[in-house]
Design a protein around this ligand. Sequence first.
Ligand code: NAD
Length: 251
Amino acid sequence: MVGGAGRMGQALAENLNLIDGLVVSALVDVHEPPRLFGASYYVTLADVDPSGVDVVVDFSQPDSVVASAKWCATNNVGLVIGTTGLSDDQRAQVEIAAKATGVIMASNFSLGAVLSERFAAMAAPYFERVEIIELHHDRKVDAPSGTSITTANRIRQARAAAGRVTPEEPTQRHTLEGARGSDAGDGVRIHSVRLPGLVAHQEVLFGGPGEGLTIRHDSYDRVSFVQGVAIAVAHVDAIPGFTWGIDDFIA
Ligand code: NAD
């Protein structure tokens, strides 16, 4: 587990260990983990013996994801990535590593979030406009969330496939900059909220003549990500290939 001292690393280390057949054997982090949950602690993945590792799970920060991907490619170890906020170059380096080993990367491993993205894509062709509000805890370092960008992209693909074009934005005068959020492309706007007390939440709001549809998902606790990470761990192996998301593994 890379990022093993972090909020996600600690939640995953505790809860993946409770799943039959899974053992978190190493916590890798530049900071010492508050709890080890029976694992060994390493400052860097380079110090870990690859023969004792089947899969690396990375919930850290973008630079270390690239290092994890290179280590996994060199050692034929599958990699599950939850870290968000990668630049295009970092993402490209991960995809190069995936030519040598299996990589599953997802912006959201909670099953409810994965299903809400699927439902949003289903609804996308039928409404005139759609906007996304993503809400997270106030210590999140990137905005908008990776989940909101993935959701926007799925909506855009579904609308493009159906030939649905968002009408031109009528609101041109912005008294406060950013009041209309950011256009993620094709008029799908994302608004980011950061507040203490939140974990990870998202609303997709569709509007059409005389009606609206809201698809809302809430992660109240980091345990919500455990099941999806376990599914990815079960499906990733050292066979080369890059997979985005776990949607394909949920029937
Ligand atoms: P966090 O800041 O609590 O933890 C990150 C950890 O990474 C820290 O302990 C930090 O010391 C460690 N780290 C930094 N550089 C490192 C390096 N070079 N090597 C090893 N460890 C290093 O953050 P968090 O809330 O646990 O989130 C971690 C990441 O996971 C973020 O990118 C977040 O957006 C993402 N996330 C993804 C999902 C998902 O479902 N995909 C869910 C929640 C969070």
